[in-house]
Design a protein around this ligand. Structure first.
Ligand SMILES: [Mn+2]
Length: 419
């Protein structure tokens, strides 16, 4: 008998969206509720599509609840599924592992939670389905959990639910590692994975899927986000379809402004780029604008960063005040080499350039820089450090890299002032 189910993961319910807090007209409510709104969309889609059940493959919660409201909200959404006769199979990952969560609520009977003590198999007799899984007992599970899952027996449709870094993703902690080959070897029909926040699918003996996270939370989680819908036909073949359920989307817009000769032209170029980002689907965007290319304006733009930011904000506001926010304007342009000033000024600049090029190799200078910056760095919040690349470098004591990043801009601005 054919049926359909939804596979979601990494919902990180009530995790704040980061990067728009300093925005004057930030839609605070919309940002705070994004992860909840995306979950509402997910549940709505499950009901509309009359799916047989839903699987959540870990990191449903971002961490221990600040208060009970997160759990009460989830119970409410599961209640909507219950009324539609849809069961939810929930597995917990590193963020919401057994030991992380100090508060608990009794959930509706349609919610089946995987134990963290031992791998479990849940049967759905009428559909001839078996669902395998084991939740994380604590945050850092370094064992291969999948190794303990029972292989497929009989002719049931088998789903393995697993929170895993698989063979290791640089951006994700290497929890519950295993290989794609091992997963295929279990003989399951489908592997519902979680943990890696980008969509990925492997076909072969098993269909193996990371659906990605349900809602992007910052500028490093760009593009369309959501879950997957899996249609299983009479012969047990699985067809995967992506569902885009995010309520706010992050983008990095890189623009080459080497052909622009004035601020006005830069502003128009940004306007065109932002317009092209918005497609027919009405999903608001949070955009980081990165300006690149070699330009005679490099130093001048560096010195007029706040005017540039205002120009970009004005373009965004004109295009769609309620569907477009600028997360950051990043100036990554470079100086045109032939644009160096001549004469005495040139000599002075050449000398300064020499000083800079030695500075990042000079341990004494770097030590002094670190000591000068320490009192300031101690006052900066971790969140800000993550959002500002230079502060992030400082946090990692990469002072040589700071000098390398700052020096070209300073030189460019000085040479522009002199010219
Ligand atoms: Mn995870």
């Amino acid at each position: 008998m054919g049926f359909k189910f939804i596979h979601a993961a990494d919902i990180h319910l009530d995790s704040p969206l980061r990067g728009l807090s300093a925005y004057e007209n930030a839609p605070a409510e919309q940002l705070r509720n994004a992860s909840r709104d995306a979950l509402k969309e997910l549940v709505g889609k499950a009901i509309e599509d009359k799916v047989a059940f839903m699987v959540i493959a870990g990191d449903l919660y971002d961490g221990d609840w600040r208060d009970y409201n997160t759990g009460i909200f989830f119970a409410g959404q599961m209640g909507r599924l219950a009324k539609a006769g849809i069961r939810a199979y929930v597995l917990h990952g590193n963020h919401d592992s057994e030991s992380e969560m100090t508060k608990k609520l009794v959930l509706p009977d349609n919610v089946v939670t995987f134990s963290s003590r031992t791998p479990q198999v849940h049967k759905i007799e009428d559909l001839k389905v078996e669902i395998h899984g084991q939740s994380f007992p604590n945050r850092a599970v370094e064992d291969n959990l999948a190794a303990g899952y029972r292989p497929k027996v009989g002719d049931y449709y088998n789903i393995g639910v697993l929170h895993t870094a698989l063979e290791g993703y640089a951006a994700h902690p290497n929890y519950a590692p295993c290989t794609v080959e091992e997963l295929h070897a279990k003989g399951y029909d489908y592997w519902a994975l979680g943990h890696v926040h980008q969509f990925q699918q492997w076909d072969g003996p098993s269909t193996i899927v990371f659906p990605g996270n349900l809602q992007g939370r910052h500028v490093r989680e760009t593009g369309r986000k959501g879950a997957v819908s899996v249609t299983v036909d009479d012969s047990g073949h699985s067809k995967v379809e992506r569902l885009f359920l995010d309520v706010l989307r992050w983008e990095v817009l890189k623009l080459d402004i080497s052909q622009c000769l004035s601020m006005e032209e830069v502003a128009r170029k940004v306007g065109q780029g932002l317009t092209a980002l918005l497609d027919d689907a009405y999903v608001p965007r949070a955009v980081r604008v990165v300006l690149e290319g070699k330009t005679y304006m490099h130093g001048w733009l560096f010195g007029n960063a706040s005017a540039l930011r205002a120009q970009v904000l004005a373009q965004a506001a004109a295009i769609g005040a309620d569907q477009l926010w600028i997360e950051k304007v990043r100036l990554a342009t470079a100086l045109v080499e032939s644009d160096l000033p001549s004469g005495a000024a040139n000599e002075a600049l050449a000398e300064l350039r020499g000083i800079f090029s030695e500075a990042w190799e000079d341990p004494e200078f770097l030590q002094e820089l670190q000591e000068q910056l320490r009192p300031f760095l101690n006052k900066v919040s971790d969140e800000l450090k993550e959002d500002v690349p230079l502060l992030d470098l400082a946090r990692g004591s990469q002072f040589a890299d700071i000098v390398k990043e700052v020096a070209p801009g300073m030189l460019a601005q000085l040479s522009a002032t002199e010219a």
